[in-house]
Design a protein around this ligand. Sequence first.
Ligand code: SF4
Length: 337
Amino acid sequence: MGELNKKCVVLYSGGLDSLLAVYIMKSLNFSVYPLFVKTPFYKKDEDRLKSQIENLSLKLYITENSGDYIEVVKNPEFGYGKNLNPCIDCKIFFFKQAKLFMEKIGAGFIVTGEVLGQRPMSQRSYSVLRAIEKRANLIDLILRPLSAKCLPQTQMEKEGIIDREKLFCITGRSRKEQFKLAKEFGIDSFESPAGGCLLTDAAFSKRVKELLKNEQIDKYELELLTIGRHFKINKKRFVVSRNREETLLLFDSFKDKLPFLRCYKAAGAAGVFVETPEKEELSTAAAILKRYSKKANEIEYIYKNSSVIIKPEEISQNMIDSLKAVQKTQKTEGEKI
Ligand code: SF4
């Protein structure tokens, strides 16, 4: 581990608490390196993340290691929350990524916007925070400025790198104190708490669970998990866009890579197969696509620089329902980073 210094990495997700952590450290004259740890299941508008710290003249750093993160989601040592959210293991993963970055840039410690007692899993008590620190090999090197004054001293406080009296003792789920602080710093825009993690969504978690059964995870299948309606036609995943935005996304991102279907000379949905379909599977897929595209009479199938026009057959709603890869369920609360 390097020397302690006034350079710190702030784990930053765009939510109010991590944004406050950035502002606090900046106001105390530290060199601040905001780091966003990107995962396949944690979607954020990166432009927005950047714009929120622009007025502090800070650059956003982004790190991504999807392969290792998927292993964490497959086998979390500390289990899952209500859905497939392995919050404690996920935090350990984020800290490990932050530690790598910290060592790379020669920073002395890590800062988070965590608030003691705010979240049910990873922030429920000091012993959990401590266990996470231990697993990430960062004992006493994680500063939580929002709760620091009601937590034992970190190395940075003991060595006088930071004045403990300038930190806060915020605990629990109320966000009153954070809103007050935000006002003082002039922050008027930030992301909603716990937003963005798809692993807290029940229906999405089912999709991920189904996919994680495979030993090898197809990278396109992973990318497609967050898009569209999912069907299984003879075990082959077929994804259909739900709106114009998704239609364009499928077209731009997958048309040249995967078997692609769209409405021929009419507006409507688009669809992609992850594997090459057989003739009958293609015909079922065309029928599904037609069902979601009232104006289309024909469907175009494009794959490997060739194109075929298909006249879709009728398909019943019962049949469509039976081909759906997962059923709709409720969304529950997860944790923020
Ligand atoms: S809710 Fe937050 S901590 Fe929990 S798994 Fe998702 S990103 Fe990780």
